[in-house]
Design a binder for this molecule. Structure first.
Ligand code: SAM
Length: 201
């Protein structure tokens, strides 16, 4: 039963999925707040939050870009519905929530200032291809931001239980990003093992 519930971290679905989304919005708040402190944002920035889950990060980021906007994208219909509910009052030109896959972002080349990925890269089946797609939609000088609860690839607590989950070391992420041409890759580590990374396109 617990293992069945945990699969909803990868793609929330149905009643258990909604329960998970509510839990992640609360449970990830401290992690996200810490990580976002390393994300420089201009008040007019246009942001895409990939793997937006329950939409709490979209809501928090919206408060930081009063003259810009924050879109959310997630491949789970349940996540999209929950995110839309959480961000209902802001939906419109400043905020859209779309169902889609990181492999094919519905954005034109060089159209975004910032792409964020909170607690989601673990589940992307082709990480380098996803990074390339994010690079395509970012403006030159734009920022890619990653936040993960863990970057210890030797700890199998969650990967043993959640299908299709991979934990990446920060240095592995840095190498992949630099190989694609991202620069200024900077990593931040919290005593609890939390991890944040920013990279410039
Ligand atoms: C652990 S949840 C994190 C949700 C939210 N970002 C947070 O921090 O609370 C991972 C989310 O990533 C989404 N996701 C996983 N793979 C994805 C992909 N290939 N494209 C888009 N979304 C994806 C899942 O549906 C899920 O909502």
């Amino acid at each position: 039963m617990l293992n069945r519930f945990l699969q909803n971290t990868r793609k929330p679905k149905g009643f258990l999925g909604r329960f998970m989304l509510r839990g992640m919005n609360k449970g990830h708040a401290a992690l996200s707040q810490w990580a976002v402190s390393y994300l420089p944002l201009k008040k007019e920035a246009r942001i895409l939050d990939v793997g937006c889950g329950g939409g709490a990060n979209v809501a928090a980021l919206l408060t930081k870009v009063p003259e810009g906007g924050v879109d959310g994208l997630d491949y789970s219909a349940e996540s999209v519905a929950w995110s839309r509910k959480v961000n209902a009052k802001n939906l419109g030109p400043r905020c859209t929530i779309t169902q889609g896959d990181v492999a094919h972002l519905p954005y034109s080349d060089h159209s975004l200032d910032v792409v964020t990925a909170f607690e989601t890269i673990y589940f992307w089946p082709d990480l380098t291809a996803a990074f390339r797609e994010i690079q395509r939609v970012l403006k030159p000088g734009g920022t890619f931001f990653i936040c993960c609860e863990s970057q210890d690839s030797t700890d199998t607590t969650w990967t043993d239980r959640i299908q299709g989950m991979t934990v990446y070391r920060g240095d592995d992420l840095k190498e992949r990003l630099e190989a694609l041409g991202f620069h200024n890759v900077s990593q931040h580590h919290h005593p609890k093992g939390w991890f944040a990374l920013t990279a410039t396109r």
